[in-house]
Design a protein around this ligand. Sequence first.
Ligand code: NAD
Ligand code: WQD
Length: 332
Amino acid sequence: MKVFVTGGTGYIGSHTVVELLNEGHEVVIADNLSNSSASAVDRIEEITGKSVRFYKADVCDKAALRRIFEENEIDLVIHFAGLKAVGESVKIPVKYYRNNIDSTLSLLETMEEKGVNKIIFSSSATVYGDPASLPVKEDFPLSATNPYGATKLFIERILKDAAAANKDLSVVILRYFNPVGAHASGLIGEDPVGIPNNLAPFIARVASGDLPCVNVFGSDYPTKDGTGVRDYIHVVDLAKGHVASLKKLSEAGVHIYNLGTGVGYSVLEVIRSFEKACGKKLPVVMAPRRAGDVAAVYASAEKAKKELGWEAKLGLDEMCESLWNFRVKNAK
Ligand code: NAD
Ligand code: WQD
């Protein structure tokens, strides 16, 4: 298949491109490089020994999209491109709505014009809001607690409406839990600009000596050790989940899957695992709860296992080891 990957130089996109190439697919990437670097293309090619066609393009730009579809016989689209920082989305909501929703609309319009009927979309566990029970299943009620989450919810709705109106359209919505880790080569991984918002990249910066201590946001939650519990998933497992979901694109309609492990780990468990990976004790400070956080979220991973034949294979230690390996190899 020839796969058009938007946001393909980003964290999850680049890992997915590697898995697609490993499975023999051809890949065309479009990314505006707002949160990634074109060097990811060289690194993907180094890992796989295969070449990728890259366009520096904004997915909101329909003229650019038309050109890409005209120059390549695209079979399907995987749409990763988007802005993703929850806190930032509260500060600049209009930019989040414009970028995330506009890019999806431009893409859907161009796909319709060019007769491409298959799309996989990067959604998020954030669409479950504060779930009433655990593990979280795909048919749970949806809600948004911040503008970023609202963009995911609206895009899911847009895709569902588009599929209801076009009986040839096939949509796969993948709701990721908390991706962590990097490719075993250490060549691609997550490298946020500035102070990281997410736990694992923050811990990695403490381990490398760039930040003084890990702040644990809340130690009085009703969880195993009082700290927040999440479903961390290795980014390589997540990438393979995309490849497994390709088979659903031969059935029209909307197919929704959680991509998680089904296991919840606490903040303290993640810190301990990272300490093993980097071989040193990390300074930890108990801090107040972070606004908007919930005590615990983890997936039911059953539907993806049953219908896609996919399940996560790598554990928390492998996530932390690979993240540390990436950090060491890419020290600035
Ligand atoms: P990322 O920022 O590393 O990758 C997103 C890529 O999209 C970046 O390379 C960025 O330059 C590009 N981009 C943004 N807007 C664009 C536009 N208008 N045109 C072209 N390129 C554009 O983020 P990621 O972690 O790889 O996330 C990929 C997708 O998965 C996003 O849609 C994100 O919301 C979703 N997601 C991420 C997480 C997570 O924790 N990382 C969890 C759930 C869902
Ligand atoms: C994990 C746990 C924190 C940082 C976010 C988005 C979600 C998805 C993934 C995109 C929580 C605690 C964190 C720190 C800490 N992204 N923590 N100290 O909030 O589960 O999910 O990223 O779709 O939409 O909301 O991830 O990594 O920020 O936090 O104690 O310095 O670590 O309180 O319990 P979160 P996270």
